[in-house]
Design a protein around this ligand. Structure first.
Ligand code: SIN
Length: 509
């Protein structure tokens, strides 16, 4: 039996905790909010899996690889798609009530899938349904849970890169404790708060990835941030699921024209393509949001199939059955993160990472819709199995990415813009957002380095979050500057090949 410390309580953290306790480990869960409060809870569209008669694992693999724009790890994708169906069956056994139609599992279509393989629950409340079921199961088990607890730092045996032996955590109420562990599993989600517009909750500040970087773990693909094309163009950026387009809603510009109609896949083209097209269309119309036209679907269908979105839209005073609603892209999902092998093991012994905070290689440069919950479930299962042999670890250097500590220190430049979280978010949106170029990235790196050079030591939770965001923004901007070619969500307007690729050019003209 090992002492396992799980940080985070989305689908990955909860699944891992359940599997680890079932395997006889002593499990402690630390989570920033209430148990289950995570990005998972906000997931609407669903979870993809090749579970239906005319579908196949090979087809799911092929769609995932195509969306990933050549940067996926094919073996990781094979694992995801092949093991996914069993993980879904387990979720059902644990009490997740996926929606049914005529007594069979209902399954919808989302962008860049060649088959309607997206299971959903509560219409558009898939993540909440999964989270509630897993939280209920975990509450029945013998697991120590610290809610409203904040990860301050990982403890290593002898400095960055050496075995992780626990974590320093600020508990609810402010006490700071050291939690010893034989293995720490990060399941801390993404970092949507790097940007001013995000579908993520306020807690998504990338704490686990930042702590892993300080502990000497390799990070990979951190420049690859996915922007969702359709969030409500209102404060809070409420997500309007791709599944709405999957059911037939279309995008229109201010003139009422369907600007995606001529693009391969139209409104269901890969997410990066649609997001950039929306961004470009907004630019052409002076920043005015485009609209999502779901009026053809009818009030009754919209309320039944998308109850959460229906409520949010109506709470904002809009009637989406009667008129199109304004939508805009927002930061949604981080493809990069802590580099892991196919068992969730990072480059630092004793440290595992699963779910959005991990870079397993399944998403490449653009995650396929509804593969994120699946990744959480599949790699939690694998990481739980890896806990049985904590002496076995990837050989140093076999994982992709870089160790931040190896990056040369930046010269302390001055900047006229003082550091605030809002300033960082705006800089990231402007220079490290949907469309990037070398000049903007170099300027962003210089500003971020200057902020880092003069940053005061973090004291309270907010300043620790700021420090985490700053570390991650620097890593993201630097990696984006180092990747001169456009690929998937990383779109360089100064890449000569961009202009020669019709879909990319369409999004930047
Ligand atoms: C959505 O429902 O559009 C989001 C699904 C996802 O992020 O995969």
């Amino acid at each position: 039996m090992s002492r396992v410390l799980v940080v985070g309580s989305g689908i990955a953290g909860l699944s891992l905790a359940l599997d680890a306790v079932a395997a006889g480990h002593e499990v402690t869960v630390v989570t920033k909010g209430e148990l289950g409060q995570s990005n998972t809870r906000y997931a609407q569209g669903g979870v993809a899996a090749a579970l239906f008669p005319d579908d196949s694992v090979a087809s799911h693999v092929s769609d995932t690889l195509a969306a990933g724009a050549g940067l996926c790890d094919p073996e990781a994708v094979r694992v995801l798609c092949a093991e996914g169906p069993d993980r879904i069956r387990e979720l059902i056994d644990l009490g997740v009530a996926f929606d049914t139609h005529d007594g069979e599992l209902a399954h919808g279509l989302e962008a860049a899938h060649s088959f309607p393989r997206i299971l959903h629950a509560g219409g558009d409340a898939t993540g909440a349904a999964i989270s509630s079921a897993l939280v209920a199961r975990l509450r029945e088990r013998d697991v120590a849970v610290h809610e409203h607890a904040f990860l301050l730092a990982l403890r290593t045996e002898a400095g960055p890169g050496t075995r992780v032996v626990g974590a320093e955590v600020e508990l609810d109420g402010g006490a700071r404790v050291l939690l010893d562990a034989d293995a720490v599993v990060l399941a801390t989600g993404g970092a949507g708060q790097l940007y001013p517009f995000t579908s993520n909750p306020a807690a998504a500040t990338g704490d686990g990835v930042a702590c892993a970087a300080r502990a000497g773990a390799r990070l990979a693909d951190v420049e690859l941030y996915q922007f969702h094309p359709t969030t409500l163009a209102l404060p809070g950026n409420f997500l309007v699921s791709e599944a709405v387009r999957g059911e037939g809603a279309v995008l229109r510009n201010a003139a009422g024209e369907r600007f995606m109609a001529d693009v391969d896949g139209a409104e269901l083209a890969p997410r990066d393509v649609v997001a950039r097209a929306v961004f470009a269309e907004m630019d052409r119309q002076g920043g005015v949001p485009v609209v999502l036209d779901a009026t053809a679907l009818g009030a009754e269908f919209l309320a039944a199939r998308f109850p959460s979105i229906d409520a949010a839209v109506r709470a904002a005073g809009l009637d989406w059955a009667a008129e199109p609603v304004p939508v805009t892209p927002a930061a949604h999902y981080w493809m990069g993160g802590v580099a892991t092998d196919l068992w969730g093991r990072t480059s630092v012994p004793g440290l595992l990472a699963i779910g959005e905070c991990a870079r397993t290689g399944v998403h490449g440069a653009n995650r396929l819709a509804s593969n994120s919950l699946l990744e959480g479930a599949v790699f939690a299962d694998r990481a739980a199995r890896a806990l049985g042999d904590l002496d076995s670890w990837p050989t140093p250097g076999s994982l992709p990415g870089t160790v931040l500590a190896d990056t040369p220190a930046a010269p302390a430049l001055a900047t006229s813009v003082p550091f605030t979280r809002a300033a960082l978010q705006q800089l990231m949106w402007d220079a490290v957002g949907l469309v990037r170029d070398g000049e903007g990235l170099a300027a962003a790196v210089a500003t971020l380095d200057a902020w880092a050079a003069s940053a005061p030591a973090a004291t309270d939770r907010a300043s620790h979050e700021d420090a985490n965001l700053l570390l991650l923004a620097r890593a993201c901007a630097r990696a984006a500057a180092d990747r001169p070619r456009s690929v998937g969500a990383h779109h360089r307007s100064d890449d000569p090949a961009t202009a020669r690729t019709p879909q990319l050019a369409a999004a930047t003209r």
